[in-house]
Ligand binder design. Structure first.
Ligand code: IPM
Ligand code: MG
Length: 363
């Protein structure tokens, strides 16, 4: 009998449902080809969960996710200026759902691979000679510590309104993220760059100390450090220099959006959030794009590639994952583009057409 996996599906808000639909379409086709099956269970999270239950993530949703082999997610959140979700207190807004599920499932390592497809060089906003060199890097972002999970408060101190966010890391949190980065580097070009702000922050100095220790266990991997402000600059100047970029939560959040846009569009960047089991949560790096939601024009490729990462990292279906990645390349080679990556001479397609084309190209 063919293997069956349990997949949680968080469609979420904005473009989430439309891009997830295409990823599921591709998963159904590829699983039939490679003789395994996927049983989907819908999980509410984000704004749609607020509308139903008053909170962005229920305990039941967490329990359902825990019982799955992996979870595929679209995106959550709405327009902060107009959506009623943003009138709620911060812990009840859509983003608290994603932070909550990361913490509840201990998803401490967030992998965001950014590569420039040959066919998308025209969409790359970098200088032509930089784009010509291409790049293929992966950001390993620590995901359950640092500023996003530290204590915070806003209160009057001596009559002056004061807000405090806490950036704290312990050596164990750093070590497990560093080990992930080095393990990944061993399967790639064997180079890790730790990105930090060690010229100012104590937490960064601990990151350096612990990561240097971890690096000793990986003599084949070249290890380097870089300050985060410099890294932001180097990513647009010479992204080809990076293989694995390891960094803490907030720096990784910022740098991964930058890494996304240099690939041509944020709609191209997949991501995997992993704990120390096989389980993972897979989502595009981009947001819910409420301005284009429901128009069938969003780029589903990041979500489809995230589904590919799910097959690779959580289900050990590497051949099926390769097939998805190859099909994406093929469709791009054939000149089909959603609006965000459109260039002269290409054929503009909708969200669902892109999904159909990728299904057609699956080998
Ligand atoms: C991301 C997003 C989230 C984050 C938001 C929605 C809380 O920007 O996944 O990069 O900051 O982690
Ligand atoms: Mg982000």
């Amino acid at each position: 009998m063919s293997k069956e996996y349990k997949i949680g599906v968080i469609r979420g808000d904005g473009i989430g449902p439309e891009i997830v639909k295409e990823a599921v379409k591709v998963l159904d086709a590829v699983s039939a080809k490679y003789d395994f099956s996927l049983k989907y269970t819908d999980i509410d999270m984000g704004g749609c969960s607020i509308d139903k239950y008053g909170v962005p993530l229920t305990e039941e949703a967490v329990e359902t996710a825990k019982a799955m082999d992996a979870v595929l997610m679209g995106s959550i959140g709405g327009d902060a200026k107009t959506s009623p979700w943003y009138k709620l207190e911060p812990q009840k807004r859509p983003e608290a759902g994603i932070l909550g599920i990361r913490k509840a499932l201990n998803l401490f390592a967030n992998l965001r691979p950014a590569m420039l497809y040959e066919e998308l060089k025209n969409a790359c906003p970098l200088k032509e000679e930089t784009a010509d060199k291409g790049f293929d890097l992966i950001i390993v972002r620590e995901l359950t510590g640092g500023l996003y999970f530290g204590e915070r408060s806003t209160k009057a101190i001596d009559g002056i309104e004061t807000a405090v966010d806490t950036l704290s890391y312990n050596e164990n949190e750093i070590r497990r993220a560093a080990i992930k980065a080095f393990d990944i580097a061993m399967k790639r070009r064997k180079a890790v760059t730790l990105v930090d702000k060690a010229n100012v922050l104590d937490s960064s100095r601990l990151w350096r100390k612990v990561t240097e220790e971890v690096s000793k266990d990986y003599p084949e991997v070249a290890f380097d450090v870089m300050l985060v402000d410099n890294c932001a600059m180097q990513l647009v100047k010479d992204p080809a220099q990076f293989d694995v970029v390891l960094t803490e939560n907030m720096f990784g959040d910022i740098l991964s959006d930058e890494a996304a846009i240099i690939t041509g569009s944020i709609g191209m960047l997949p991501s995997a959030s992993l704990n120390d089991t096989k389980f993972g949560l897979y989502e595009p790096s981009g947001g819910s794009a409420p301005d284009i939601a429901g128009k069938n024009i969003a780029n589903p490729i990041a979500t489809i590639l995230s589904a590919g990462m799910m097959l690779r990292y959580s289900l050990d279906q590497d051949k099926a994952a390769d097939a998805i990645e190859d099909a994406v390349k093929k469709v791009l080679k054939e000149g089909c583009r959603t609006g965000d990556i459109m260039s002269d001479g290409c054929k503009k397609v909708n969200t669902d057409e892109m999904g159909d084309l990728i299904v057609k190209c699956l080998a």
